[in-house]
Design a protein around this ligand. Structure first.
Ligand code: PXP
Length: 247
């Protein structure tokens, strides 16, 4: 199965919120991405509502034809929102008020009980659960023990590595994490994301053959300013295929 491309449209909403205008609309962007062949749409409804709004998620739930992945903090209010909207999958992420973007993965080891409770509530509502974690053995073991449907590996350190040795070492860390996850839970869906772009996708996809999907936002939306969403989605898919062909 080819690696799936899920587009995160948060930063279309960032531009809209910056002026308080009705445009550009992340829901419209999601429709373009789906028409261009994206396999899923991802949005992060943050506690401070700095980009995506509840209205966006409600409309996306009605319009999304592929798969809707709602990233959110592990709070009761967000779980109640997810139970009402019923995205296909919820990805739990850590959230700090001051951060510019998600910094690091969720601590599943420390929050095992809470995440277990959330998993049960979401399963009751027919929603799958993903956790966004560091490529770390203890985190992967804890996530697998909880029986999550998807693990999304944080690729931030790979994407910011600034010399060949560091890049190689991050790729090895991600590859080892993926192997461990799939050996513990063969039916697990393995995702990756954060900081990915058309240049760093191929090596990741080659190095981690267990990958099922990528979640990509900031770089893809930025590239679309110059090339349009349709061409950009095409280019990112070509980057995935280039990585697959080198395995
Ligand atoms: N995956 C998760 C869990 C995220 O929190 C984010 C950022 O919102 C992404 C993927 C996408 O990261 P980027 O915007 O750097 O592509």
């Amino acid at each position: 199965m080819p690696v799936r491309l899920h587009v995160n449209v948060d930063h279309v909403a960032t531009l809209r919120q910056q002026r308080g205008t009705p445009y550009p609309d992340p829901v419209e962007a999601a429709v373009f991405c789906e028409q261009a062949g994206a396999d899923g749409i991802t949005v992060h409804l943050r506690e401070d509502r700095r980009h995506i709004q509840e209205r966006d998620v409600e409309l996306l739930r009605a319009l999304c034809k592929t798969l809707l992945n709602l990233e959110m903090a592990a709070t009761d209010a967000m779980v109640a929102f997810a139970e009402r909207i019923k995205p296909d999958i919820v990805t739990l992420v850590p959230e700090n008020r001051e951060e510019q973007t998600t910094e690091g993965g969720l601590d599943v080891v420390a929050n095992r009980e809470k995440i277990g409770e959330i998993k049960a509530r979401l399963a009751e509502a027919g929603i799958q659960l993903s956790v966004f974690i560091e490529p770390d053995e203890a985190q992967i073991q804890a996530a697998c023990e909880l029986g999550v449907d998807t693990i999304e590996l944080h690729t931030g350190d790979y994407c910011t590595a600034d010399d060949d040795e560091a890049v190689e070492s991050e790729l090895e860390r991600l590859a080892a994490a993926a192997k461990l996850a799939v050996s513990l839970e063969p039916d697990l869906t393995l995702a990756a994301g954060h900081g990915l772009n058309a240049r760093n996708i191929p090596d990741l996809v080659t190095a981690v053959p267990e990958l099922d999907e990528l979640n990509i936002g900031h770089a893809l939306i930025s590239d679309a300013l110059f090339s349009g969403l349709t061409d950009t989605v095409d280019r990112y898919r070509a980057a995935i295929e280039a990585g697959e062909s080198e395995r």
